[in-house]
Ligand binder design. Structure first.
Ligand SMILES: [Zn+2]
Length: 332
């Protein structure tokens, strides 16, 4: 299974969404852009159209003073995804995410957290989603509430945790234990998404695969994270004087972006480690998704235009190319 994500960053780059709050007002303001990106991702090989309801939740909209848009934003995001899922024959997924409200030490936050999931999952169920993705949870406890709400609605839940610089949940649980609990509580798929790039997510996957008997998901951010800087928030530039906050996250990560061959390499390695649900998170573009699909042996529609250098005027090898250009290649 391939499930393209990364809507917020891609729409931010295209000029339709604001970095910082990362609220998907684009579904109201420029819905055609969301539809277009859904189509781009399906064309690149995504088996799923995921409604752009990430951060379209009560706590986030309250924080930016847009509470009144909550239901409209969710229903519109679901309708846009529905249209593309129907026309392409792909699955439709609803989405809930980290509430930023849940606090394991404060039991008063647990009820409102559940209520936020209930309203979003309710709208997703009414839209007829095939399953609900609950993602980017740093707290295992919060992910368990999301899963419970999804199961109560009678829907399959794909639950993925977001892992910071320490390879554990924010409560300090091992990822294997947290994922095993989610599997025991009825998750259809468990795994990791966002925050870590391929190089620093890959080493965490085998232990999760070994801990559960359901499919495991891996959706890294397409950035060159390292052992010292394992997350995209912790990446640093040597010469950062141009960066307003002194760090590349979120709007100056371009020089760290993985190329499509690195994504293909990650996909093959993660598949060998037992991962069966693939995707990419913040920062991914359709070319990354296509590379992932092709590494799994697929030929999505966009593969028609996958790289073929044989007819390049200077680097090509096809008959009929001008020899005087081919001889010049090393001077380009
Ligand atoms: Zn992400």
């Amino acid at each position: 299974m391939v499930c393209a994500e990364g809507y917020l960053f891609e729409l931010e780059r295209r000029g339709y969404l604001q970095a910082g709050a990362f609220v998907p007002e684009v579904v109201i303001d420029n819905p055609e852009q969301v539809t277009s990106l859904h189509r781009d991702f399906v064309r690149a090989g995504s088996d799923v159209v995921e409604a752009l309801t990430y951060y379209a939740h009560r706590e986030k909209l309250r924080a930016v003073g847009k509470d009144g848009m909550l239901e409209e934003m969710n229903r519109q995001a679901l309708a846009l995804a529905r249209e593309v899922a129907d026309e392409s024959g792909t699955l439709l997924a609803g989405n809930v995410c980290n509430t930023n409200l849940y606090d394991p030490q404060n039991s008063d936050s647990h009820g409102p957290t559940r209520a936020m999931f209930e309203e979003q999952v309710g709208w997703a169920a009414e839209a007829g989603v095939d399953f609900v993705i609950g993602e980017t949870f740093r707290y295992a406890g919060e992910s368990q509430i999301a899963l419970d709400v999804i199961r109560q609605a009678g829907l399959p839940g794909v639950i993925t945790l977001a892992v910071g610089q320490q390879a554990e949940t924010r409560e300090g649980d091992s990822l294997a234990d947290a994922c095993r609990r989610l599997a025991d509580e009825g998750a259809a798929v468990v795994g990791l998404n966002c925050i870590r790039g391929p190089a620093t997510m890959l080493p965490l996957l085998a232990a999760i695969v070994a801990a559960v008997d359901i499919p495991v998901a891996a959706l890294p951010v397409p950035y060159r994270t390292t052992e010292d800087q394992p997350t995209f928030q912790s990446l640093r530039e040597a010469d950062a004087f141009l960066l307003p906050d002194g760090r590349p996250f979120p709007a100056a990560l371009d020089p760290f972006t993985c190329n499509r061959y690195e994504i293909a390499d990650f996909t093959a390695s993660a598949h060998a480690a037992g991962v069966r649900y693939f995707g990419l998170c913040c920062g991914a573009g359709p070319h990354h998704v296509r590379s992932m699909a092709e590494a799994l042996g697929r030929t999505p529609e966009a593969s028609r235009y996958s790289v073929d250098m044989s007819k390049h005027a200077f680097f090509g090898t096809a008959p009929g190319l001008q020899e005087h250009n081919r001889e010049y290649r090393d001077r380009l």
